[in-house]
Design a protein around this ligand. Structure first.
Ligand code: PPE
Length: 311
């Protein structure tokens, strides 16, 4: 399976603390507090080339809001107004000559004091943009990927502040993702500490059975912006969709399963733990939602025009 996401990224310029620096000069000191202890927050945003040959950022205000929420949850005070960060996000696409791509705002604690109390160390902000293809491969988008239920549990809700997209929390995701890859799968499905299905290493999960769609309720999962998008699109298409508890064997007997995320977009799962899901290929509801999703992000569906911020 192609892992386009694993390719190195490069570009022209990076926004760091209010300045545009040449790509290779956006460096930090090894005493950077976040590097040692993982307290930082980030976003993942996509910009799409639209059908009319312009470029639009998908759900920019929602991503910026979540960045500030993540910072607030973690007692990080972002030293810029949100409009400044929004402008830097739009500008990062232009300045790197991208028509579409992935944008990574990152808030982290700079160098100075060591020890768990970051003291007066500066809160630093960066915005990085690069071209990123299909997160789980082109083939995965069409045929579906293979996943395993991870041996690693998703954090308890009072360990991981699930509404925040916090850097250090991703160690848990990386453990699960690497285990899955080493075991020959493409992705990991994580159970919560109760044993219910939570989410994947960097995606939310949906199952379909008898035409009804189900997805884990908010709680142990990230409140995904793609998840919310797909729920709204599905309801507008007249589909039945429920946010509820899902067990491991609900996965095995599903007719279809798909993942959602900014990076992963809408990716089908064709097999979990050696059980074929449905017919072992992308199912019809997944295909319909995938295609509706791309119509929305690429500006072909006027009903959702307010979700696009054109460059
Ligand atoms: N759960 C997790 C744990 C997660 O990291 C993401 C996004 C989602 C759900 C989906 O959220 P949303 O993007 O708002 O629909 N994961 C980001 C990081 C991917 C990476 O490898 O880096 C992303 O998709 O941008």
């Amino acid at each position: 399976m192609g892992d386009d996401a694993a390719l190195g990224v490069t570009g022209e310029t990076i926004w760091l603390d209010g300045e545009w620096l040449p790509w290779d000069e956006a460096r930090v000191h090894v005493l950077t507090h976040s590097l040692h202890y993982g307290l930082g927050v980030f976003e993942g945003i996509r910009c799409y080339r639209t059908a009319d040959d312009r470029s639009a950022i998908f759900r920019l205000p929602e991503h910026v809001r979540r960045l500030y929420d993540s910072a607030h949850i973690n007692l990080l005070n972002i030293p810029f107004e949100s409009e400044v960060v929004s402008d830097a996000i739009l500008e990062s696409v232009r300045r790197n000559n991208l028509t579409e791509g992935y944008i990574r705002p990152l808030v982290f604690i700079g160098d100075g004091a060591m020890g768990l109390n970051p003291g007066d160390n500066a809160v630093r902000v960066s915005v990085i943009a690069w071209a990123w293809g299909k997160y789980l491969g082109e083939e995965g988008m069409a045929q579906g990927i293979r996943a395993k239920v991870s041996s690693f549990a998703r954090h308890h809700v009072n360990a991981k502040m699930t509404n925040g997209k916090t850097c250090g929390d991703y160690v848990n995701s990386i453990l699960a993702k690497r285990e899955a890859l080493l075991d020959g799968y493409d992705e990991a499905v994580m159970l919560d500490t109760q044993g219910l299905v939570s989410e994947c290493s960097g995606e939310n999960i949906f199952i379909v059975r008898d035409g009804k769609i189900r997805t884990p309720a908010l709680g142990t999962i990230l409140d995904g912006i793609t998840r919310a998008t797909v729920i709204e699109i599905a309801r507008d298409l007249g589909m039945e969709i429920e946010e509820t508890g899902i067990t491991r064997d609900d996965l095995y007997i599903a007719d279809e399963i798909f993942l959602t995320g900014t990076a992963a977009e809408v990716t089908p799962i064709r097999e979990i733990d050696h059980r074929l899901i449905g017919e072992g290929k992308r199912g019809p509801i997944t295909e319909q939602l995938q295609s509706a999703f791309f119509d929305v992000v690429e500006g072909r569906d006027d009903r959702y025009a307010s979700w696009l911020s054109y460059l």
